[in-house]
Design a protein. Structure first.
Length: 251
């Protein structure tokens, strides 16, 4: 039983959210994993995109030991991560109309590929436009977002729509608006965000589902191994050679 420390309260909140997504999103997780397996089996390529801290879950499935080698990061300069200076520029770029179009037009994506778009709020122009344009190109889109934002906030895209409105499959992270799990009388603002924990778990659940679905079809999942285990580099080299035309982070 929790003794009520902030650490315990945060773990309780995160575990509760993980249990919710495990139970309530099981069908969508299975569908998303199957979609990725279908794409791989058909010769398509896999891409992931996230802006700001949502990019952390996207980066976690790219060039990842134990992960699918075919997952590529669709990067938007100044938006992926908080390394841009000032950090607030990244937030501003998420609201710029036309940026997603420019990125997709100059990227290797094509019809038949799959794109996972991660956006906690799903309200900014960038993820909405990314989903809209990706589907127009013939791509399948999986959205990872919190549906609470769609009912409690307003869209910042000219269409007044959210990411969830332009996806083939939506995974709801269940994160409350504001992304802060704890409050204390002695602290003015809510604190302790859990979106990264939950979203990363959702993504890894989808990746595991996709790998198993490929194996069930008699297709060896193109998985990467850790370079820190004996034989890992040799294993990865073989995978890179076999699937090199669908892996873009190695060029």
């Amino acid at each position: 039983m929790s003794d009520g420390t902030p650490a315990d309260l945060f773990f309780d909140a995160a575990i509760g959210l993980l249990q919710r997504v495990r139970e309530e999103e099981a069908e969508s997780i299975a569908a998303a994993g199957t979609l990725l397996a279908d794409t791989v089996a058909a010769g398509g390529r896999l891409f992931a995109f996230g802006a700001g801290h949502s990019s952390l879950a996207a980066q976690d499935v790219v060039y990842r030991a134990g992960g699918l080698a075919l997952m590529n990061l669709l990067a938007v300069p100044g938006v992926v991560g908080v390394d841009v200076t000032p950090a607030t520029l990244g937030s501003a770029l998420e609201r710029v109309d036309g940026l997603a179009s420019a990125v997709l037009d100059t990227s290797p994506v094509r019809s038949g590929d799959a794109l996972v778009i991660i956006s906690l709020s799903g309200r900014n122009a960038l993820p909405v436009e990314m989903a809209l344009n990706a589907r127009a190109l013939g791509m399948k889109v999986i959205g990872v977002t919190s549906l609470a934002y769609a009912s409690q906030t307003k869209s910042r895209h000219s269409s007044d729509t959210f990411l969830k409105d332009h996806c083939d499959i939506v995974l709801d992270s269940k994160i409350a608006v504001g992304d802060a799990e704890l409050t204390l009388d002695t602290i003015a603002a809510p604190f302790a965000p859990a979106s990264t924990v939950v979203t990363t778990a959702l993504m890894q659940a989808v990746m595991a589902t996709a790998a198993a679905a490929l194996a069930d079809r008699g297709i060896e999942p193109p998985l990467l191994r850790s370079g820190n285990v004996d034989g890992g580099h040799e294993w990865n080299g073989r995978v890179m050679r076999e699937y090199g035309d669908r892996i873009f982070y190695r060029h």
